[in-house]
Design a binder for this molecule. Sequence first.
Ligand SMILES: NC(=O)c1ccc[n+]([C@@H]2O[C@H](COP(=O)([O-])OP(=O)(O)OC[C@H]3O[C@@H](n4cnc5c(N)ncnc54)[C@H](OP(=O)(O)O)[C@@H]3O)[C@@H](O)[C@H]2O)c1
Length: 257
Amino acid sequence: MYLGLEKGVAFVTAASRGIGRAVAERLAMEGMTVVAASRSVGSTPEDLGDGRIVPFEVDLADSEATAALVDSVVELHGSLDVAVLNTPGPKIKPVLDMTWADWQAAHDQLLRPVVQLGTSAARAMRAQQAGAIVLLSSTWVRQPAPGGVLSSSYRAAASAFVKTLATELAPDGVRVNQVMPGATGTDRMQGIVEMKATTNGSTVDEEIAKVVRDIPLGQWAEATEIADAVAFLVSSRASFVTGTSLSIDGGAVRGAH
Ligand SMILES: NC(=O)c1ccc[n+]([C@@H]2O[C@H](COP(=O)([O-])OP(=O)(O)OC[C@H]3O[C@@H](n4cnc5c(N)ncnc54)[C@H](OP(=O)(O)O)[C@@H]3O)[C@@H](O)[C@H]2O)c1
């Protein structure tokens, strides 16, 4: 499907590995210039989509650096057509084991950067009267899971934030959507199953089998499958789609909403 994204400028945060990296590569494949923002560069320039991926060092825990990101992108590349708001994953622990410091750190990982980047991207796009924003979140917004309270709680707020942006920015030609991945094969997922194997005295393969058992399509996602959905949503093929939340989870969330 022709997406018509070539020549545009995008930024993707938390983009050196995993889902963010796959999204950056997918948009670069479509011919976009993609600013891939993480604490580390992650790859050699030769790996980076024919020079279309521009690594950008930013620590999302640093609110001043995060606030400056959008202006830097517009200054360096002349416009901002697509913003993909991805964040590092928070700690996984039961509610009763959480400290207040855990809650504060997760706020600074999952909510504050989304609000900062979403607001400044929306301002830049409103000035252009065009643009598309995607929040990468999690199916745990729709279906909280044991150990996932930080993710479910702050992402629910981030979800409400982008839904509101979608409504307010629609008259200015800016679309705002959310992609909710389910279990996806990345370093983070590998770390989670290894942690569960240690906690439960089981093997990693047994923990993977437990995750996959709850997925009707019988496997977890590849990061590229999440990236394909993001590429569609930011493209003109999705020109009448705004304010939506799309689960990419192999059918794991069964609720009717
Ligand atoms: N994998 C899943 O099954 C799954 C499912 C649903 C939702 N999610 C969510 O999707 C997001 C990405 O997950 P993933 O599996 O792709 O994770 P991942 O493979 O661990 O990648 C995390 C990315 O975040 C970057 N990062 C970490 N701390 C950062 C910081 N302070 N500032 C800027 N960048 C930072 C990392 O790069 P640097 O270390 O170079 O900074 C890396 O590029 C997370 O929020 C996760 O909770 C994942």
